[in-house]
Design a protein around this ligand. Structure first.
Ligand code: MTE
Ligand code: MOS
Length: 815
């Protein structure tokens, strides 16, 4: 056990506690950024002028008429920017663009005494556009050779030899959709300027430091003149990792120009049409199996649909490549990645950060190939698991592969899988128009930022003379329970009851140079920093206690609110007061960096992850043959969170992540107008009325979540593991169960090509395909596994699994 992972006796970590703000959340008392507006008299409201073209040049911008609208105070345009007119860190995102790059792009912003005045003002602004050709789909972009950023390749083994050795070779294509974050709180910033020109921006941001950087760039000031605070977010899910910066900069610019507070809060329609989403991907692949159903070779090209600018597309793509193996050993691999540049919102981080997209490709391949190999998908997946001693395609040894096996076996047992499969077979044999299926899928997800430098964090811990403790750390709270965990870490490290510890909002003037609260690493990184700060304090107290109790400092203990040694003890508060009078510093700045990481992005090799999080899910669905509608009858999950810091919070994360993943894969349908009409490129699903989110009616009827036991992780704070993102990918089991249920409408051995999202409509088409016979029309080429030398071109020598049938294509591309 390492010092970092070791737990003292009676730790506060590991206790099942409600989220620290749960009662505030549910009573409506929790303050979000926009709730602060009422506390600031004279606040101006910002409204964008959104362009009605997917791609166009701005040929004239005349804002004068806006000033005739009562209540309009100021219109912000590119001419107002004292610093850099850019909202990103790649400098490819003009804040006030002269070329419109997506439908709804804001060309300028109007500030009004009321939001309504600003809205009316925005309607009065005159803009002339020269429409330009727009690339709306990823296939449009590929055909036009429209790419942006680097094109990484990840390679291991000998791909040609692998295919030569393979006895079954298949190839195919797969295009799958992105996802809207749909956080309940839309993007929001509130900026003020003080008498010294110090800018204070309250912002719903996962990355206060970067928001600060961008605001400073736009204003042309040093970072010390800008402070960013985040009270909490009403959900971020990755959508507030990079996207808030431009909005914060608009608010800050408005505040500096008018001297009044400026509030910018997007309406739902604005948020959904302006902010980036999960990347949809296109994948082309060829896979080889040996006679025993083991993967021997995978050759794939992943194209992420990046939208109009780079944003986080490069690291998202890197994580996709690093997760195409999921939990499976693939000896010979070659994966190429590229980022399409299209005329859509700039796609961004979303829970899993590319990992889900990489893993979806391999899970789709296994789900499609299992019937063709004559294997049960449960068996095919299980036999390809990593074993000890193997490494990922990017060269990182896979530590603890046995945990995936333990999770798998536990789900088999507690989920009563064998008996239920027999029941399902019996049910299907007597129901012609309704079919059930059960699928199991594993998750292996790498924890840490790929870019080594981001794996650092800071904290500030104050112990006051009365013994009460105030902590501050660099992470942000978005509902995931990070603050709850940090309170537990501080209470554990100081040996005081939780009630003595309070947490102050995240601010860049308290803890500087922070990383985004992302990559699920919030608790690992900030927990390390909080613990470090607390230990600096206890180290100092230890010397005094040693003298006082006449024992060696190492023998002094801090536990349950008492400082003890040599049989004597003193209440924490009393001892702290004594320490103050002995002139001992009672506060400390903590720091943590994750050791042992290295990553070379140029060759896509290294050990970028501190450890892997594992999990397994089994999902049973029932599909109606007339409509394609389905129910999730039961879900069983065993997930590895190490020794949990906060079990209730972690179970909430597993449940929430799973449901959000199921939403992405089965319900949430982003439809962009692909027609050549005037609305080309417009997002057609821009409200909850048309963009369907999971709700109570889609919850699994039986939902069993267990945390893996005896799962101590030596490399992380108090033996825990990250939990924020990995469970999202347990939802592949839902998609695979739907695939199997659709296949059950056809003869045994039917391979199903299922669109993603697998909406009821898409499932219905899959059922029609299955009913078409053993070999659905579009799969007739794929008779038997291929052997021998396989030429390099996909589809040439391999047996192609064609892209979605025309019907499925239509399903996913209608307006
Ligand atoms: N849980 C809630 N309730 N709300 C969120 O916005 N974001 C997810 C996950 N869980 C999110 C959430 C994402 S994308 C990440 S990266 C992690 O939380 C970030 O927090 P952590 O690093 O503290 O786990
Ligand atoms: Mo999470 S997508 O890393 O913010």
């Amino acid at each position: 056990m390492s010092a970092l992972s070791d737990r003292p006796t009676n730790p506060v970590v590991g206790e099942s506690l409600p989220h620290e703000a749960a009662s505030l959340h549910v009573t409506g008392q929790a303050l979000y950024t926009d709730d602060l507006v009422g506390r600031l008299p004279g606040t101006l409201h910002a409204h964008p002028v959104q362009a009605p073209h997917a791609h166009a040049r701005v040929t004239r911008l005349d804002v004068s008429a806006a000033y005739d609208v009562p209540g309009v105070v100021r219109v912000l345009t590119a001419d107002d920017v004292p610093g850099v007119n850019d909202a990103g860190i790649k400098h490819d995102e003009p804040l006030f663009p002269s070329e419109v790059m997506y439908y709804g792009h804001s060309v300028c912003w109007v500030l009004g005494e009321t939001l309504e005045a600003a809205r009316l003002g925005s309607l009065a602004v005159e803009v002339d556009y020269e429409p330009l050709p727009a690339l709306v789909t990823v296939k449009d972009a590929i055909a036009a050779d429209s790419f942006q950023g680097g094109q990484p390749r990840m390679e291991r083994g000998d791909i040609d030899a692998g295919f030569e050795a393979a006895t079954h070779v298949f190839s195919g294509e797969f295009e799958f959709a992105g996802q809207e974050h749909f956080y309940l709180e839309t993007h929001c910033s509130l900026a003020q300027v003080d008498e010294n020109g110090q800018v204070f921006v309250q912002c719903s941001t996962q990355h206060p430091t970067e928001t600060q950087d961008i605001v400073a760039h736009v204003l042309g000031t040093p970072s010390h003149a800008v402070t960013v605070q985040c009270l909490r977010m009403g959900g971020g899910f990755g959508g507030k990792e990079m996207q808030p910066h431009g909005y914060a900069a608009i608010a800050a610019l408005g505040a500096t120009l008018t001297g009044r507070p400026v509030r910018l809060r997007l309406t739902r329609n604005q948020d959904i049409t302006m902010s980036g989403k999960r990347h949809g991907f296109h994948a082309q692949w060829r896979v080889g199996f040996d006679d025993t159903g083991h993967l021997v070779a995978l050759d794939a090209t992943l194209t992420a649909d990046g939208g109009w600018s780079l944003d986080l597309s490069e690291p998202v793509l890197a994580r996709a490549l690093c997760h195409i193996d999921n939990a499976y050993w693939i000896p010979n691999v070659r994966v190429n990645g590229r980022i399409a540049k299209s005329h859509k919102t700039s796609q961004t981080a979303f829970r899993g950060f590319g990992g889900p997209q990489g893993m979806l490709v391999i899970e789709d391949i296994l789900g499609r190939c299992a019937p063709l190999l004559g294997l049960d998908p449960i068996d095919l997946r299980r036999r390809n698991f990593y074993v000890h001693g193997q490494a990922t395609p990017y060269g990182q040894p896979v530590r603890h592969p046995e945990r995936a096996v333990t999770c798998w076996e536990q789900v088999l047992t507690t989920g009563d899988v064998a008996a239920r499969q027999a029941e399902i077979a019996a049910y299907n044999s007597i129901h012609e128009h309704s079919k059930r299926a059960l699928a199991m899928t594993p998750v292996k997800f790498g924890i840490s930022f790929n870019l080594t430098a981001f794996n650092q964090a800071g904290a500030l811990v104050h112990v006051y003379k009365d013994g009460s403790v105030l902590i501050n750390h660099g992470g942000t709270e978005m509902g995931q329970g990070l603050h709850t965990k940090m309170l537990q870490v501080a209470a554990t490290a100081l040996g005081v009851p939780l009630s003595m510890v309070r947490l102050a909002p995240t601010r860049t003037d308290k803890v500087p140079n922070t990383s985004a609260t992302a990559a699920s690493s919030g608790a690992d990184l900030n927990g390390g920093a909080v613990k470090n700060a607390c230990e600096q304090i206890t180290e100092r107290l230890r010397s005094l206690a040693g003298e006082r109790f006449e024992v060696a400092p190492a023998e002094v203990t801090f536990s349950d609110g008492m400082v003890s040694g040599g049989g004597e003890s003193m209440p924490w508060a009393e001892f702290v007061n004594l320490a103050y009078f002995n002139r001992i510093q009672l506060w400390a700045a903590g720091y943590y960096r994750t050791e042992g990481l290295h990553w070379d992005s140029s060759i896509m090799q290294g050990s970028p992850f501190k450890y892997f999080a594992y999990g397994v899910a089994a999902t049973e669905v029932e599909v109606d043959g007339f409509t394609g509608a389905y129910r999730t009858r039961r879900v069983d999950i065993v997930h590895d969170v190490g020794d949990s810091l906060s079990p209730l919070v972690d179970i909430g994360q597993v449940e929430g992540g799973f449901v959000q993943g199921a939403g992405w894969l089965t319900l949430e349908d982003l439809r962009w107008d692909e027609s050549d009409g005037p609305n080309r490129g417009r997002l057609a699903t821009q409200a909850a009325s048309t963009y369907k989110l999971p709700s109570f009616s889609e919850m699994p009827e039986e939902f069993n979540v267990a945390l893996l036991e005896q799962a101590h992780e030596d490399g992380a704070v108090y033996g825990s593991k990250a939990v924020g993102e990995p469970p999202l990918m347990l939802a592949f089991s839902v998609r695979e169960a739907l695939r199997q249920a659709a296949a059950a409408f056809g003869p045994a051995g039917t391979s199903i090509d299922l669109a993603s999202p697998a909406t009821p409509e898409a499932v219905w088409w899959a059922i029609q395909e299955a009913r078409g016979g053993a070999e659905p029309p579009h799969m007739t080429a794929m008779v038997e596994g291929g052997t021998g030398v396989v030429p390099d071109q996909p589809g040439n020598g391999a047996h192609p699994i064609e892209p979605r049938s025309e019907r499925a294509q239509r399903v996913s591309s209608g307006a």
